[in-house]
Design a protein around this ligand. Sequence first.
Ligand SMILES: [Fe+2]
Length: 214
Amino acid sequence: MPNAFDPNRRRLLAASAWGASTWAASTWAASTWAASGLSLGFAPAFGQELSPTPQCHDGDEPTVRQTDGPYFKPNSPQRADLVEPNSKGRPLELSGQVLTRACRPVARALVDLWHADERGEYDNSGFRYRGHLFTDGEGRYRFRTILPALYTGRTRHYHVKVQAPDRPVLTTQLYFPDEPANRRDGLFRRELVMRLAEAGDGLAGRFDFVLDLR
Ligand SMILES: [Fe+2]
């Protein structure tokens, strides 16, 4: 497999992943990331810490890539709290770290999250349950959102794009443990299952992304 930093491969990626490149450029531009603070903007809602997953070992494989599906929208708002007023969805705090293959934290990585609502529907006209943030100096991210409902043909999942500054975009999906529909979804990958724990009235999910960087 060619090296990720091979300039020819980079050009190829840029040419073939037009949508992703456009997304990255527009989101960076809209967010003035260089000036953005590193605080994630709110305290952990549920006060429960989960151990890291997957545990990072030096030289680990990068996080598996997956399709972004038909419902991605560029230019999501910069926010860590996606919970809508009067939401009936079960609260879920999704957190973790963005790491290199050498387990170094990636500061100021862009993490964009989008997912279905409590009825299994995506907001394609607005930005409900869509948002992005930047990791702090320790590579940490933390979203407050809800448990998405299933929709036809898919198991329960989140969609995510992760990008270190000026690096290629990682697009992937996160899955839930012990979800019966995991067995019927051809896209499901065990490596992309979050750690999940009860946390008060809600849930706490944890996933660490490993980018193809040293
Ligand atoms: Fe989806």
